[in-house]
Design a protein around this ligand. Sequence first.
Ligand code: GLP
Length: 241
Amino acid sequence: MEVLLFENREELGKAAAKLIGQLVRKNPKLVIGLITGETPLTCYRELVRMHREEGLDFSQVVTFALDEYLGLPPFHPLTCRSQLTEALLKHLNAKQENLHFLDCGSPDLDRACEDYEREIREAGGIDLQLLGIGTNGHLGLNEPGSPFDSRTRVVELSEETKRYLSRYFGSQVPQRGMTMGLGTIMEARRILLLAHGSAKAEIVAKALKGPITERVPASILQRHPACTVMLDKEAASRLSP
Ligand code: GLP
């Protein structure tokens, strides 16, 4: 694992965007796994700036959203699809047909999950998977106890995640979601995990330095051959030297 430290979330976001920009320039058809939440916002802002001011071209880039909440109306502003569209995708020149989202409106959710896995395979696999980390160590919505070989599927959200999400959803917190599995995530050729803020310090230390266990889903990243971790000082504060 390569661990890179930054002064604050702005610097971290810029560095993440710079890396993504380099990969897109090298391979204009890059297949990127995208995340939601607060963590990637400084990175997404910088990518939009690079597109506008430096002509970074997303016209052939392919994206797959990492997860989605179940039970929200299709145009709810907090669906992962809406969040990604607002924060990033609508500001770029990516083609609609290259943007993939988990279909929570499908009458057959298991089938929709299988279709998603197939779409990822047909795109040639994910070149770069972005990741954030939940305070309980979850990746996407792979909560503690998720099998390391899990695939895209419907999951129950943990109590901790629901508590965390209530800051956005109030009393209407989703109970279930759809997420790429840990097995799906680990097949990405390269992984970029981002974390900032002191609330993530303890779980970052466990994930990076603790035992590899399904109780801490992100600990599986220690086994990935090409995983870069970008942290701000606060998120890195519990990592022993
Ligand atoms: C949600 C998402 C995760 C994300 C996590 C952290 O649960 N499903 O993919 O990593 O939140 O969110 P934040 O970046 O807001 O801390």
